[in-house]
Design a protein around this ligand. Structure first.
Ligand SMILES: Cc1ncc(COP(=O)(O)O)c(C=O)c1O
Length: 412
């Protein structure tokens, strides 16, 4: 076994004051240390060996270390792994999923452009487009994610970007991604999929049925890749180098990246991503099946259920995989207050946003107040009742079912 070399230069250490010695210590950790998890490299400042490298190293050149904001070995490692996970070639990180959405919108939309978003889009994306991009003259057009055949009627000369989400937020409709991408391609639109639900596990968005591929994926690493309900992070993945460079420029000019400690938490969780995703999927389907048989429940919204909207598209796209996420709509005789009381009566399920973590969560929603639903209009395929969204964690499924059963007792 080779002995680690301790590079301590006692004379250097002794010749300075105590504080200087603590900062300019000569000891360096030995090379040749190998472990299961990669090392954490923390930096704002990166040290250059000479002025020439200070002047030539630049974030535009790729994996060159120049400043913590431009990337560290830890963030580059995570980028590589997320790109691999999602089937892409390039990855950028952002401090939250929503920040990654912002980088995409700011990079690809100019004054006078229009963006297409589905009515079941992640709500804050719609709000960002309305309240921030809208101030700079960007307009948005809300489309029906179940009608790819109508998309071409909404495309104008100034339409630039098509947002996709599979399955859509809260109401869980699964779009025919390939059909949408074909129309977008014919009109030279950039396509971007919010891939948080599929997490890179359910399907490869760059190799979809019919040989279709999205241009970009955005992923809230906050959910399954983190898995701990304790990190906020987002990513953007692409196979297109030119798009990557444009997005990277926005990222750097906006001063957006992630710190090594957060990146390390996601790196630590990645090896268990698939087993967690699969277990949460199985538990969610068990509970959704049981809830579907309950007299209080009018509808279960889960793409693996044959009567869910977009089930056929899910079948050909998602390799029989689904996130541990679904919603129910209670029979119309139950009021919103009763739905709230049901959620509050739950004990293992906690009231909380987000998903993909170890603890099961529940959120009551008012269908008519949901993001893309214009003038409180509820789409025809949904029963107009109180909606409850569940994120299934890693608890014993029998305990979760017992919790649901006791809480349904408030609906009398
Ligand atoms: C579908 C979807 N996309 C994006 C996000 C945003 O992720 P973050 O919470 O990391 O900003 C969320 C968060 O709930 C989400 O559900």
């Amino acid at each position: 076994m080779s002995k680690p070399v301790k590079k301590t230069n006692q004379s250097t250490v002794k010749s300075h004051g105590q504080m200087t010695n603590l900062i300019h210590h000569a000891y360096e950790a030995p090379e040749g240390f190998d472990a299961v998890q990669p090392a954490i490299h923390k930096a704002s400042t990166v040290i250059f060996p000479d002025v020439a490298s200070m002047h030539t190293r630049n974030w535009r050149l790729g994996n060159h270390y120049s400043y913590g904001l431009h990337g560290t070995p830890t963030t580059f490692t995570l980028q590589e792994r997320i790109a691999t996970l999602e089937g892409g070639l390039h990855c950028l990180l952002a401090p939250s999923g929503l920040a990654a959405i912002g980088l995409i919108n700011l990079t690809l939309l100019n004054q006078g452009d229009e963006v297409l978003i589905p009515h079941n889009v992640y709500g804050p994306n719609l709000e960002m487009l309305t309240h921030i991009l809208g101030r700079f003259g960007v307009t948005l057009c809300v489309y029906d994610p179940l009608q790819p055949n109508l998309l071409h009627t909404l495309i104008k000369p100034n339409t630039r970007l098509l947002w996709l989400e599979a399955a859509g937020s809260v109401t869980m409709e699964f779009p025919d991604l390939s059909a949408f991408i074909k129309v977008a391609r014919a009109h030279q639109l950039v396509t971007v999929l919010d891939n948080t639900w599929g997490a890179g596990v359910a399907f490869n968005a760059f190799e979809l049925p019919d040989g279709q591929s999205v241009d970009l994926t955005m992923h809230a690493l906050t959910k399954y890749p983190s898995g701990g309900a304790d990190v906020l992070m987002g990513s953007i993945v692409t196979r297109d180098e030119a798009l990557y460079k444009r997005l990277k420029a926005t990222q750097q000019w906006m001063g957006v990246n992630v710190a090594a400690n957060d990146a390390e938490l996601v790196l630590r969780s990645l090896p268990t991503l698939t087993v967690r995703y699969t277990a949460q999927d199985q538990s969610a389907r068990t509970l959704a099946t049981w809830l579907a048989s309950r007299p209080e429940v009018a509808q279960v919204l889960h793409p693996a259920f044959p009567d869910s909207q977009g089930h056929d598209a899910w079948l050909v796209t998602a390799n029989n995989r689904a996130a541990g996420l679904f919603s129910i709509i209670l029979k119309p005789e139950y009021t919103a207050e009763q739905a709230n009381a049901f959620c509050e009566r739950l004990s293992l399920f906690k009231l909380g946003y987000s998903w993909g973590g170890p603890m099961s969560l529940v959120v009551p929603y008012h269908l008519s107040a949901l993001r893309g639903m214009k003038n409180g209009e509820v789409p025809k395929h949904l029963v107009n009742g109180a909606l409850v969204r569940f994120s299934i964690g890693l608890e014993d499924v029998a305990d979760l079912q017992a919790d649901l059963e006791q809480a349904l007792g408030v609906l009398v």
